[in-house]
Design a protein around this ligand. Structure first.
Ligand code: UDX
Length: 449
């Protein structure tokens, strides 16, 4: 336990119901609980049942019961989730109001902006927890400012130049900017995050000061933002803790990795949502074989049928396929030499925090921008080249892997990765920038009692 003595401030935490959002906010909850804050995670029954283990004795889970879920499409699901939370939120806050520990603060995932006004009406303070980098929030902020006057062409027709951000080509922009009709509800929620700047009482980011120094300093001239990451570090240190919605293959991965040489394995994962088409799956599968390296590839159950027969007959010689891995343990394993990644923000922070160089194959959302930072700013990875027909060839995949695993460039990337690993640890260690910000947040919460 930390030295902060609290009066058991009660914080209600609202995650978005997706793996990439649940992991960091649950971990942050755990950090708050370790500082004697009473934490209740409020989510829907579907997430509670899928989560493998409880969050330990310090964290309560309040589950919202429901009958059916409209499973047809992400947009319908999110609209349903929004309505249900809005209906139930006041009742739950009022229920705690009669208890020994009334709720004082609500920590929302930054996409859940639609609860802010209601929370304020109920007398609560709101902290918006961002599961994306500050660079993305700054970018969306600029779009909000510039939209009406159209001063900056965000259609990717020319590179975008904005204060404190690198020059962004079309391929570096988040998918929501260029794509107009894909996932309209998701897009609305993503751009809606600017509402947090106007209304939330705290703006928390899962990042650290040194990592995004320039853009953080710039945004701080406009808003008071607090960096509190990478939250993943304490998650990794506590092995008993997991918030996976799918059971990871611990033993299989460990046994297989234990029998490989140091730095000889490529870990391949596209997170919890991204889906490659059949042609791209084939190129990736055959590119991995062509690279002649050992590989551990997470292919989710829904993607398995896309694996080509030609690959299936060869995979056991060099590779292991699992539906879900214990990713932190895998990245921390000495046999892993490279992470072939879609550049989700959690995966990016996890690789940085554990010192693993990356091959970037971004898919959508914030991933293209994350890839830009990974390659050009932090210089811990290379970006794979997309062919004219939109397909990344097996040759390109194999040669990119070799560049990181075998060639001289890989040595430089590894050195940089270790540098960032040390800086990440400094940020979360006692007295580090993120540690200080978390303490300040807890003190401000406690002062509400
Ligand atoms: C999404 C977005 O891609 C991301 O950019 C955004 O900021 C948050 O939501 P997702 O696509 O799932 O998330 O990727 P990522 O952010 O990398 O999160 C995946 C999480 O699942 C990571 O914490 C990773 O460790 C975990 N994971 C992934 C496993 O535990 N096992 C696996 O096999 C694969």
């Amino acid at each position: 336990m930390e030295e902060i003595t609290s009066q058991k401030t009660h914080v209600l935490v609202l995650p978005s119901p997706a793996q990439g959002h649940i992991n960091p906010i649950v971990q942050f909850s755990k950090t708050l609980a370790s500082k004697e804050v009473k934490v209740t995670i409020l989510t829907i029954d579907f997430v509670c049942k899928a989560m493998l283990l409880d969050c330990g004795p310090l964290i309560n889970i309040e589950s919202i019961p429901h009958e059916t879920i409209p499973v047809e499409g992400v947009d319908n699901f999110l609209e349903w989730f929004q309505t249900l939370m809005l209906e139930k939120f006041s009742g739950i806050v009022e229920k705690f109001g009669d208890s020994e520990y009334p709720v004082k603060v609500v920590v929302i995932d930054s996409l859940i902006t639609w609860i802010i006004d209601l929370a304020h009406e109920l007398g609560l303070k709101v902290a918006a927890f961002h599961t994306q980098p500050v660079a993305l929030s700054a970018l969306y902020y600029h779009i909000d400012q510039e939209d009406s006057t159209n001063k900056i062409p965000f259609d990717g027709s020319v590179p975008v130049s904005l204060p404190s951000l690198p020059l962004l080509e079309k391929e570096d922009l988040p998918s929501f900017i260029c794509e107009t009709d894909a996932y309209p509800t998701v897009k609305k929620l993503v751009f809606g995050q600017n509402f947090n700047f106007k209304k939330a009482d705290w703006l928390l980011f899962n990042t650290f000061d040194m990592l995004e120094e320039e853009v953080i300093n710039w945004l701080r001239t406009q808003y008071s933002i607090k960096t509190i990451g990478p939250v993943v570090l304490s998650m990794y240190l506590d092995k008993e803790y997991d918030s996976s919605l799918t059971k990871p293959h611990y033993e299989t991965c460990k046994k297989w990795l234990d029998s490989r040489e140091i730095g000889s394995v490529i870990y391949v994962s596209f997170g919890s949502l991204a889906s490659l088409d059949e042609k791209q799956m084939e190129e990736l599968a055959l590119g991995l074989i062509m690279s002649n390296s050992y590989f551990l590839w997470v292919v989710r159950g829904t993607e398995e049928n896309k694996l080509p027969n030609e690959f299936m007959s060869k995979v056991s010689e060099k590779g292991l396929i699992v539906n879900w891995s214990p990713q932190l343990d895998v990245l921390a394993h000495k046999s892993v030499g490279c992470f072939f990644t879609h550049c989700g923000w959690n995966s990016t922070l996890e690789a940085l925090s554990l010192g693993v160089p990356m091959v970037c194959m971004p898919q959508w959302a914030d991933q293209p921008t994350n890839a830009k930072f990974i390659t050009d700013i932090w210089q811990v990875g290379i970006r794979i080249k997309v062919g004219k027909d939109g397909v990344i060839t097996r040759e390109e995949i194999a040669s990119s892997i070799k560049e990181v695993m075998v060639e001289k460039k890989g040595v430089m990337l590894k050195e940089n990765a270790i540098k960032w690993k040390n800086l990440a640890k400094e940020a979360v260690d006692k007295g580090g920038s993120s540690d200080k910000n978390i303490k300040e947040f807890v003190q401000a919460c406690n002062a509400l009692n």
